[in-house]
Design a protein around this ligand. Structure first.
Ligand code: SAH
Ligand code: SF4
Ligand code: F3S
Length: 456
């Protein structure tokens, strides 16, 4: 018997890429590859890349330099290595990647992953291959089914993780002026309800208890329902909530414009839908929001949050914020701080504006000086950090159902998630992995909670 080929996958960027990496590994697994954690040992290296900010894209090239050294060492020892660049940098830069980094054998955009085994073979034969088409066919329908055990290239999968991602929507037509996603992921496309439900059921048989439905604009979901009509995200969530053994549902990322009444109502009515909402607002100034083409005002955002909190008073809120968008004045930045103070977030991501090639904002005059943007980011992150710490501190003494997902750093400890997506550490035996148990919270930090399991 020949040794199976070894595959090494490195993932950058958002949860969507985490999901895609799993699907790519499965597609290659069905073609005889087994995964390795040791890059030196790999015949095939896949970098699943992110183009969202300059730093993320640059990281790919510095990695490629290091991987080239490994490839040369392997080749000197008579062993091959194919390097594939997938993801959003692949889509955005295409053949330019090979021009800059000739050690790369394959450049493959996010819409071609179902053809990966074939593309790897063709790249091997041709030396180089670039595939960044947006084909008509639905890649999800052509990726191998997600099953247990033997189907993954003869490799027995370990008992599945308790929480998983499931992409239900891809692409974006919103065209925020700073953002590359509409160019790297293409137009909005929603998967059919039946395909999602089937995948969800298979994941549940693999031990998954919590699903996060993913999409760049997940609340714009409008996939074909079993009745032949387009279903909303709220309808999809209600449908999936009926799957026995699936205990928790989440979704991300949402756009304020698509925060419909039925989705807000779902937070009141569907018990399995967790009290957590990631709703980016990007900036607090209406002039900047207009420049970003966000199509909502700061006040619209506050009104949406009021309605969400009426439906689910304990909901934990998260957001994305950009500082230093071109032309942002001090007063306009202060409006962002004000909006954060008004809403109060349990958690948030904040970034310095990064000009991206081909986006409208990149060619605007009055780019904000990097040191000014850095100062603003620091002030914003201080405020957000204080809010997060105080949200966590407010949990002390409460009892939360915690889904235990993995062993903790210390022996005899497990880490899980609260309904509010906080990491919770507790002393617990390994057989509690994958179970949801009440935990009394005894300590809190900026990053996480600690508590004691209260056995019934
Ligand atoms: N679809 C989501 C998220 C897209 S990317 C949404 O609409 O919110 C994730 C986050 O990266 C964005 O919310 C934004 O805050 C940030 N981001 C996107 N482009 C950026 C850029 N050019 N510079 C800095 N941050 C950016
Ligand atoms: Fe990018 Fe805006 Fe689309 Fe989000 S809504 S992916 S920020 S263009
Ligand atoms: Fe990055 Fe692409 Fe996700 S640019 S954030 S990996 S959609």
């Amino acid at each position: 018997m020949t040794e199976p080929k070894k595959l090494y996958v490195r993932t950058f960027g958002c949860q969507m890429n985490v999901y895609d990496s799993e699907r790519m590994s499965e597609a290659l697994g069905a073609d005889g590859y087994v995964q390795t954690d040791d890059i030196e040992d790999a015949e095939l290296v896949v970098l699943n890349t992110c183009h969202i900010r300059e730093k993320a894209a640059d990281k790919v090239y510095s990695d490629l330099g290091r991987i080239d050294q490994i490839k040369r060492r392997r080749e000197a020892a008579g062993q091959e290595m194919t390097i594939a660049v997938a993801g959003c940098v692949a889509q955005a830069e295409g053949a330019e990647i090979i021009a800059r980094a000739p050690q790369v054998g394959l450049v493959v955009g996010p819409q071609s992953y179902h053809r990966l085994p074939e593309l790897v073979r063709r790249a091997g034969a041709a030396g180089h291959l670039v595939d960044t088409e947006f084909p008509e066919e639905d890649k999800f329908a052509h990726l191998p089914e997600r099953t247990t055990g033997a189907a993954a290239g003869g490799r027995m999968l370990p008992a599945g993780p308790a929480a998983a991602f499931l992409t239900v929507q891809e692409g974006c037509d919103k065209f925020c002026t700073f953002c590359v996603v509409p160019y790297t992921r293409g137009m909005e496309m929603s998967r059919p309800v039946a395909a999602i439900a089937a995948e969800a059921r298979r994941l549940v048989t693999r031990g998954v208890r919590e699903l996060t439905l993913l999409g760049q604009n997940v609340n714009g979901y409008h996939g074909d329902g079993p009745d032949g009509r387009p279903w909303s995200l709220a309808q999809l969530i209600a449908h999936l909530a009926g799957i026995e053994g699936l205990e928790r549902l989440r979704y991300m990322t949402s756009h304020p414009r698509d925060m419909t009444d039925d989705l807000i109502g779902a937070h009141r009515d569907i018990e399995k839908l967790m009290p957590y909402l990631h709703l980016p607002f990007q900036a607090g100034s209406d002039r900047i929001l207009a420049g970003m083409n966000r199509k909502h005002t700061a006040n619209d955002y506050v009104r949406i949050i009021d309605r969400v909190r009426q439906a689910r008073p304990d909901i934990a809120l998260s957001t994305d914020i950009i500082v230093g968008f071109p032309g942002e004045t001090e007063a306009e930045f202060e409006a962002t701080l004000d909006l954060v103070r008004t809403v109060r977030f349990a958690q948030a991501y904040s970034f310095k504006y990064s000009p991206r090639p081909g986006t409208p904002a990149a060619s605007l005059d009055r780019q904000v000086a990097p040191e000014v943007a850095a100062g603003r980011l620091e002030r914003l992150q201080k405020l957000l950090g204080d809010q997060q710490s105080s949200f966590n501190a407010g949990c002390i003494g409460k009892v939360f159902p915690v889904l235990f997902e993995k062993p903790g750093k210390h022996a005899g400890q497990l880490v899980g998630r609260s309904p509010y997506l906080q990491a919770v550490h507790a002393t617990a035996e390994a057989d509690l992995l994958g179970k949801i148990l009440p935990v009394e919270i005894s300590a809190a930090s900026f990053r996480s909670l600690a508590g004691v399991v209260r056995m019934a």
